[in-house]
Design a protein around this ligand. Sequence first.
Ligand code: FAD
Ligand code: 2HG
Ligand code: ZN
Length: 474
Amino acid sequence: LTKNRYSVKRGNYAVLTEDHKQFFIDLLGSTRVITNPDECLSYNVDWIKNVRGYSTCILKPKTTEEVSNILAFCNDNRIAVCPQGGNTGLVGGSVPVFDEVVLSTSLMNKIYSINDTSGVLVCQSGCILENIDNALEEHGLMAPLDLGAKGSCHIGGNVSTNAGGLRLLRYGNLHGSVLGLEVVKADGEVIDLLSTLKKDNTGFHLKHLFIGSEGTLGIVTKVALQCPPKPRAVNLAFLGLQSFEHILRTLKRAKQELAEILSSCEMIDASTLDVCTDNLKLKSPLSQYPFYMLIETHGSNNEHDQEKLNKFLEDAIAEEYILDGTTTNEINKMKHIWDLRERITEGYTKDGYVFKYDVSLPIEKFYSIVPAMREKLANEDTVRISGYGHLGDGNIHFQVSAREFSQQLLKKIEPYVYEYTSDLRGSISAEHGIGFRKPKYIHYSKSSGSIKIMKQLKTMFDPYGILNPYKVLP
Ligand code: FAD
Ligand code: 2HG
Ligand code: ZN
């Protein structure tokens, strides 16, 4: 797959020998060194089955010390390493491109502490986000991020991609919620940045370099996370709207009127909703509208929150910028509605091949990319051209699906989609990262001066380039 679509040359890294493998077995034991090709397969293919590597060695350390020993050995022997968490990444960053050794954090899943008063959780980087959230619930807390991949993604993967998700609007991104990290550099040196303090202005804030650097500067082994209280009152509205103009009005009013209780503001267009109702056979409480919105509130007093939400909706319906809506605070009904949003990625895969884009645009232009693309691809053989996403954060997920991959279609979409985004000073990767899919497009969002500094930092942290090669940097 990769070889047909991308022309990348293998770096000058060592080819793994039996001696190298023996070193890993001596270090981890044979059960934590996977070399059986069938077992290696799932670590070589990404979640959306878009890219594929051919690693013959998967390592499963349990401790920081093991990670440090692996990296020191790989650095000395020029063995390339692909760090992998839950392998849910959407830009091909989590799987090898060639025969890189995969360092999987799947057995680094200990939660060390949860402090009820400060709300600080400290854990290993391989903890699954949903498991963290469940553990926090017993302390009246919740994870500061939530995304459709929560049942598989690891907190270390979230940190390494600076994952956004469904409630960034309210709880901010991981640059705010990560209080500290422990990371292992390419040469095996363990860097203790594991502060649990809210405030710490002593020198450069190095942790930020590892948040969102997609495994190219070091391996995250431990995370200290600031977690908010789990809200006592949660309400969810699912709305049908006529136009994107009305969506913008609703967003503005929601921010003003729901204010401190607003926790999520997502949008879905009609064609996207179809991937849930047609492809996944999910039932939607509303249909027949061109646009839909999910508006969620998190608060501490249900009566107060419901009153606010109902007043907001009554006014909006009276002024006719929301055509119809349903609200609920029943857990099962809310889950049902959230499924219509969280399972979109899965639903799209059933269309065939999906060309995926994850861009930030100025809010007035948020949806403009969809009609622009529909016009551009009017004569092409596509299944669907549509958009949905994190309206409250100005981040649209826009896609073109086709029955199968086509080079001709790809050429019509790229680099046009990046030029379009760049002309509006948007971001060509709002939350998924650059990974393997986008390094050659990074300049559409980053100046040559900033790319130069990134390359200098890479050389400083990883002089032999063993960590996640072919990813992020052009
Ligand atoms: P992986 O996919 O395994 O890895 C991602 C990157 O991080 C790779 O470059 C990998 O090398 C690196 N990495 C992983 N672990 C480490 C580590 N410990 N140290 C150093 N580098 C590491 N993303 C969003 O931002 N918002 C969403 O709403 C969202 N929803 C999603 C919904 C679905 C259904 C799916 C499939 C994906 C979604 N994603 C979303 C993308 C993805 O889930 C996130 O990027 C997630 O944070 C990746 O975590 P992971 O553990 O699966 O990492
Ligand atoms: C989401 O918001 C994720 O659902 C996935 O970021 C987006 O599949 C996608 O492109
Ligand atoms: Zn998203």
